[in-house]
Design a protein around this ligand. Structure first.
Ligand code: G3P
Ligand code: MG
Length: 244
């Protein structure tokens, strides 16, 4: 069972920050998941929402700020406001952080609402760092995955699924993912079933489930024999895995 620290060790530290990623590295995790958007001046930046306001003390869209403007915003979590490792990071900064580790990075391209035209930039950065074997690229926007695959079909891709509409008109996620030609289905805990996991495995697809934060769901995912989970509490997940 592979454990990904979802948005870093985000249960205890501000999500998608260098601090949260650094804390995740200190845990026994297989990978780190993060979300990528693009700034006004073309930098790949790591933040979950299109809008900065939920996680940072500011207002407005990521795409309307330059990187140096984005860097000025302090994080919203009170005890971390002054922490310089709790600013909006670039993807490059995260690559620098993990380059001498064996951690896998799941780069989620957050192009569902705004299409940033970021695919080539992500691929260029991966190539620059020789991270081809170190990354899994995913997106809810399956058109974005198609673009990535057209640009580079040698990387690993994961198709994200949340609702039934995400795999329509196919009958199930496995059928959809096979047509898309991805490495994994990255599926929500509400949509996943034992049948889907078994069918995915029969079809050579990995199954990674988000977001797995409570012991009851953690045990369920172990019993489903999923390949990995994304958790805000990777330490707790590891503790539960050890029970088996
Ligand atoms: O990549 C798994 C998960 O992060 C997808 O949902 O909204 O947490 O980015 P979200
Ligand atoms: Mg994500």
């Amino acid at each position: 069972m592979k454990v990904f620290a979802h948005r870093g060790a985000s249960g205890d530290y501000p999500e998608n920050t260098i601090l949260a990623f650094d804390k995740a590295l200190a845990l026994d995790v297989y990978g780190i998941e993060l979300d990528v958007h693009k700034s006004k001046d073309g930098h790949l930046v790591v933040i979950h929402d299109e809008d900065i306001q939920r996680t940072f003390k500011g207002k407005g869209l990521v795409m309307d700020y330059t990187l140096s403007e984005l860097k000025k915003f302090n994080c919203r979590k009170f005890e971390f406001i002054e922490n310089l490792n709790c600013k909006i990071p670039t993807l490059r900064e995260v690559f620098e952080l993990i380059k001498n580790t064996d951690i896998i990075l799941n780069i989620e391209a957050k192009t569902d609402l705004i299409h940033y035209d970021l695919e080539q930039d992500v691929i260029d950065l991966i190539k620059e760092y020789n991270f081809e074997e170190k990354v899994l690229i995913s997106s809810f926007n399956h058109k974005c995955i198609k673009i990535f695959k057209e640009l580079n079909n040698n990387l690993k891709y994961g198709a994200l699924y949340d609702h039934e509409k995400d795999y329509a008109p196919e009958a199930n996620v496995v059928e959809h993912a096979k047509k898309l030609g991805v490495y994994s289905i990255n599926i929500s805990r509400d949509l996943v079933t034992k049948e889907i996991v078994d069918l995915a495995h029969e079809n050579g697809l990995k199954v990674f489930v988000y977001t797995v934060n409570t012991p009851i769901i953690m045990r369920k995912m172990i019993n489903y024999n999923v390949d990995g989970v994304f958790s805000d509490y990777p330490e707790l997940m590891n503790e539960i895995i050890k029970e088996y």
